[in-house]
Ligand binder design. Structure first.
Ligand code: PEP
Ligand code: MN
Length: 366
């Protein structure tokens, strides 16, 4: 008796393998159909077809399973095939950690941004105003170990009668002082038609909050392959922000750094609300470096130190801050830029001072 059971079991094992082979063959065919349906834009689920297959199966059923059992078995097979088709439909986003598990490091020449590298500090005026102003800031920040200077040449201003920036001349001034003091230069591009000038003069292009979903600009900057800092839009969801980055990567630009700069909320004590969870989430969901702009997020000098600490505590790869020789007479953002004395205090209080070359865990303990 025992021997008969053993022999029958051997036949069942063989049939199991044969069933598996047939099921896999069936699944491959279903996948092929799914891919064609995706191309045609039609749905994967066809209840009429499913009904016809079940009818054919029950008509052919000679037992010992009842028709109900046959239906239920095959429905499980249909459902598993459907799941395969839907899974193969899911877009694999280039920004996602699921496609790219390692942290991306973006290099501005020899200055790395991201991963275990020490947090980068980008400092400089809101706007490029004059050769003297740029020279003073560049000399001052470079003496303190800062490696990247900011300065807007094309300014996105709410009021059309306010200072709009020096344009290409501002880019030239920025390049000149950055070369003089061995700094990298970042500036905001607002229009794809200015791309050549930016590629020539800047080391990193900034896409500002107001242009985060300017898809023509994103595509052009994506094709340029220049390192780019993508600010989060004033009212953009994290998904919209990451999708904007996806445009850049899709066009071939791997050198993308995200920047949280505060979002618009009902709060009036601050200019914007720094969304620290967005920083943490962007780090978790994407492999891109993430910076925090502490000037535009709070819009208050007395928040620069705590917001810097908060940003770094949730994993930011660096900070952007506006510095001006004389903020009171600045042509833009004169209420929130810091002067040199305040910047020195900021460096001391945040632990950046004399520590810019150290690894982040040595400075911050995390
Ligand atoms: C800026 O950095 O100069 C600027 C205009 O910032 P945002 O786009 O974040 O408002
Ligand atoms: Mn500004």
């Amino acid at each position: 008796m025992q021997e008969t059971i053993q022999a029958l079991r051997i036949r069942i094992d063989t049939l199991n393998l044969e069933l598996l082979r047939l099921l896999s063959e069936r699944a491959s065919l279903a996948e092929e159909i799914g891919a064609l349906q995706t191309q045609m834009g039609t749905s994967h689920y066809d209840p009429v077809r499913e009904g016809e297959m079940l009818d054919a199966l029950t008509a052919a059923n000679r037992g010992p399973f009842s028709n109900g059992v046959v239906k239920s078995l095959f429905k499980s097979i249909f459902q598993a095939s459907m799941q395969l088709e839907v899974a193969s439909d899911k877009v694999k986003y280039l920004t996602s950690r699921q496609t790219h598990t390692e942290d991306t490091v973006v290099y501005l020449g020899d200055v790395p941004i991201g991963s275990t590298h020490s947090p980068v500090l980008i400092a400089g005026p809101c706007s490029v105003e004059s050769a003297e102003q740029m020279d003073a800031v560049a000399q001052f920040i470079s003496e303190r170990g800062v490696k990247v200077m900011r300065g807007g040449a094309f300014k996105p201003r709410t009021d059309p009668y306010s200072f709009q920036g020096l344009g290409v001349e501002g880019l030239r001034l920025g390049r000149e002082v950055c070369d003089r003091y061995d700094l990298k230069f970042i500036s905001e591009i607002m229009d794809a038609k200015d791309l050549d000038a930016f590629v020539e003069h800047a080391d990193m292009l900034q896409i500002g909050a107001r242009n985060m979903q300017n898809f023509t600009l994103l595509k052009a900057v994506g094709r340029s392959k220049k390192p780019v800092l993508l600010k989060r839009g004033l009212s953009a969801t994290i998904e919209e922000w990451v999708m904007a980055a996806e445009y850049l990567l899709y066009e071939g630009n791997q050198n993308v750094v995200l920047c949280e700069r505060g979002i618009r909320t009902y709060e009036k004590y601050t200019r914007n609300t720094l969304d620290v969870s967005a920083v943490a989430l962007a780090k978790l969901e994407t492999h891109l470096p993430v910076l925090v702009d502490v000037t535009h997020s709070g819009g208050r000098r007395d928040l620069l130190v705590p917001l810097t600490k908060a940003g770094l505590a949730v994993g930011a790869d660096g900070i952007m801050i506006e510095v001006h020789p004389n903020p009171a007479v600045a042509l833009s953002d004169n209420k929130q830029q810091v002067d040199f004395r305040e910047f020195d205090r900021y460096l001391n209080e945040t632990g950046y001072h004399n520590k810019l070359s150290e690894k982040r865990h040595e400075v911050y303990g995390f």
